[in-house]
Design a binder for this molecule. Structure first.
Ligand code: AMP
Ligand code: MG
Length: 402
């Protein structure tokens, strides 16, 4: 069996190219820029006042000097007069600095008497309260570079520089099929031997939160033809995830169904706890490469396999280069007995107190205990091999993004 690192290397070797597209500004948060973006303007586009006050010649300013007020310029207006010695123009924040002026006295440092203004400060430096044209950025300059993750802050900058049709990487289309005769939809009350399909909604939500365009294709009963029909639809996506049906049970039909559709098995099973039965394959055609993951049905295994293997694929396909699980260290708050020959990624609660990080592996009551799982915000990592990790020991932890 291959290791987690080997599995990840094999998966990443089959990544298709990122596909560029465009989106609107209002949709752009969470996308990654697929091109450098230039400004079509200077910012500010003109010399402007940073305060409400009087545009003056700095050399004129001394305490109690009286200046003639030539006009008033509001934001959005342009001055029509030129400031000459012993004159001033009243100006509002953001309005263009009139010709002749080289500083702005704040309104709080003045008093007004009809068409005159009296200055109440001793002196002012040239350029005080003035922001010159293109101080922030210049026309033609690259403002945001390819690969930048767009946050709300970038949306503001993109709007300022006139980039409304934003070049971004297209999110992959991802389909989820939940397999199992025992499954019923979450809207249904389960009866004799049934359980609600929780993996479907869980995996779809995870995929969406990592940036994929995810849809659920519903439940596929453990019947070859039914699964095959669903898989045919699923293979229209860029990534297909199946949950369940990849272990050694008599009804674990997923690998055979995928093989029938020409999906090349890259690996099946790996040294991982939980998540050993993971199946990964690729359907290649001249113009497309579809990544197919068969995740174990147990919700904890599904979650761990998704975070370790599917999330990085979505990240790379959307142009992101950061790690999707941030690795850190934390001190165990309890003993942990590690057993067996597989490294373990154990759902855990990571907390911070007085600048120190603590990690508590969750004591769930069986593999389907999603209630306890809901307390997890991290995966605690334990190497393969029988070993007691004592309370207080520092271990590796992977933070699950919220
Ligand atoms: P399997 O991998 O199909 O053998 O399933 C392993 C365990 O996970 C079984 O107890 C299943 O009932 C459970 N399981 C499988 N699929 C789901 C699902 N979609 N939602 C919740 N539990 C599931
Ligand atoms: Mg099953």
């Amino acid at each position: 069996m291959i290791s987690v690192d080997q599995a990840l290397t094999k998966i990443m070797a089959r990544l298709p190219e990122c596909r560029p597209t465009h989106c609107t500004l209002s949709n752009a948060v969470g996308y990654v820029l697929a091109e450098d973006v230039q400004s079509d303007i200077d910012s500010p586009p003109y010399d402007k006042s940073l305060v409400d006050g009087y545009a003056v010649i700095a050399d004129d300013v001394q305490r109690n000097v009286v200046l003639d007020v030539l006009e008033e310029v509001l934001a959005g207006q342009t001055p029509t007069k030129i400031v000459r010695t012993k004159t001033a123009i009243q100006i509002m924040t953001g309005a263009p600095l009139p010709q002749g002026a080289n500083a702005v006295v704040m309104i709080e440092q003045t008093s007004r008497d009809g068409q005159k203004v009296i200055i109440h400060q001793d002196a002012i430096q040239p350029e005080a309260n003035v922001m010159r044209q293109a101080t922030s950025l210049s026309q033609g300059e690259i403002i945001l570079s390819k690969g930048t993750l767009i946050r709300p802050i970038e949306v503001g900058i993109l709007a300022e520089i006139g980039c409304t049709n934003v070049p971004v990487y297209q999110p992959p289309k991802l389909a989820v099929i939940s397999t199992g005769d025992e499954l019923v939809q979450a809207t249904t009350t389960p009866h004799g031997g049934q359980i609600r399909n929780s993996n479907g909604p869980l995996l779809q939500a995870l995929a969406t939160s990592f940036g994929a365009e995810a849809q659920s294709l519903g439940i596929g009963i453990d019947d070859f033809q039914t699964l095959s029909d669903l898989v045919a639809t699923g293979l229209e996506s860029d990534i297909l995830i199946l949950s369940g049906g990849v272990s050694a049970g008599v009804k674990d039909l997923v690998p055979a169904v995928l093989e029938q559709h020409g999906v090349e098995q890259v690996f099946h099973k790996l040294k991982l706890k939980p998540g050993k039965p993971l199946w990964f394959g690729v359907l290649s055609s001249a113009d497309r490469q579809i990544m197919v993951f068969g995740l174990p049905g147990n919700p904890v295994s599904s979650l761990v396999c998704f975070l370790l293997f599917v999330a990085p694929v979505i990240f790379r396909m959307t142009g992101k280069h950061s790690e999707c699980l941030r690795e850190t260290t934390a001190c165990l708050t309890t003993d942990f007995q590690q057993r067996g020959d597989r490294p373990t990624y154990f759902p855990a609660q990571l907390t911070e107190r007085n600048g120190n990080r603590y990690v508590t592996p969750l004591a769930w009551k069986g593999s389907a205990d999603q209630r306890t799982l809901s307390e997890a915000n991290a995966l605690a990592f334990f190497e393969a091999g029988n070993q007691l990790y004592p309370n207080g020991e520092e271990i590796s932890v992977f933070e699950i993004p919220s």
